[in-house]
Design a protein around this ligand. Sequence first.
Ligand SMILES: *Cc1c(COP(=O)(O)O)cnc(C)c1O
Length: 397
Amino acid sequence: MSESPLTSAPCKEAPSRHPPAHRGLPYRSWVEVSRSQIAANFQAIRDVVGPAVEVMPVVKADAYRHGAIEVSRTLEQQGARWLAVSNTEEGVALRDAGIQARILVMADFLPFTREAMLAYNLTPVIHSLEDLRELHRLAVARGERCRYHLKIDTGMGRLGVCSDAASLGEAILSAKHIELEGLMTHFASAANYQTTQTDDQIALFDKLAHGLNEAGIHPQLVHLSSTIPVAYGRRQAWRGMIRPGHAIYGYVSPARGHAPAKILQVKPALTWRATILSVKQVPAGSLIGYGGIFRAPRPMRVAVLAAGYADGIPHRLSNRGSVIVNGRFAPILGAVSMDLTSIDLTNSPETVAGDAVTLLGSEGDVSLDAQQIAKLAGTISYSVLCGIHARVKRVYV
Ligand SMILES: *Cc1c(COP(=O)(O)O)cnc(C)c1O
């Protein structure tokens, strides 16, 4: 039979501070978002493209989890006249919070969202001729003249119309009660300088736009670029408007191939922290967490963090990621579980339960950003940021 747990004493509780002096905030896990860094990133983008190019920050997916309302307020205060979201619900939430800027809804126009889209003065992106006719019908029924942006599929192979200029022109001109305000496309491989896909997309876009011009159609706003073509100076793709998301939050993905030098400098605006729930001393040979996939090679101090994959710590960081404790890296031990993550605290004897660690951000000279985490987890930085769950508190500093 198995040994009695009472005689084997597999681990010892480490002393905690009495009274507990919580070094952090009173949350299990939280993100601190720097409004001034969001503002600085927005201004850096504006400086790079100059005053002739309208910067429309993308605040979809709750502003890449930085909190869409606070981020949008900050950007509006900084002079942003346009914001872009993915769907109607996101746009409605911003209007309800008092955001006055124009709001472009990039990936919606589902039948059950159209009325709200118009009622809340959101501007739809139209991606099919059928939707164009439907918007026209709705506008006539409401007795309103509404504006829309039209997305062209120039080779991304996702959303966007792929008609020729003649049928497109005809559809636009016959929708007399709605106004084509913007013409746009989206690049599939902007960061990859080893393929001509972006140049091919630009050429196809220009051919179509030229065809529309010939038919007397001159949309006031033309936009093709997200962060990458701005950051690497692909000026022929800037036109009158750009749509940066990632750069607003302080990130520019690395480019592939012979990319020009990066001309945009931005910094991450978000720090993600978690509180230590418990600390124990374990003997050599102890197994840690689900599946026993980590075995302590020596006696160790092990801390359990009050955050897991349900908070957004990628499960793929099991036995491979690190967090920052007191300015030093501390490895993740064993499997990341739903609400808890174990780390090696052996090198931080001063750290006790109730203290906070940094999951993403920097302490002193040591830093860990979404790109580094993504690389370890086999994913992309966008997914790391968007993975930070809504239950993680947002704090604005
Ligand atoms: C998300 C998105 C953007 C922003 O992209 P970033 O790479 O984050 O700058 C721009 N345009 C469209 C259509 C998008 O879906």
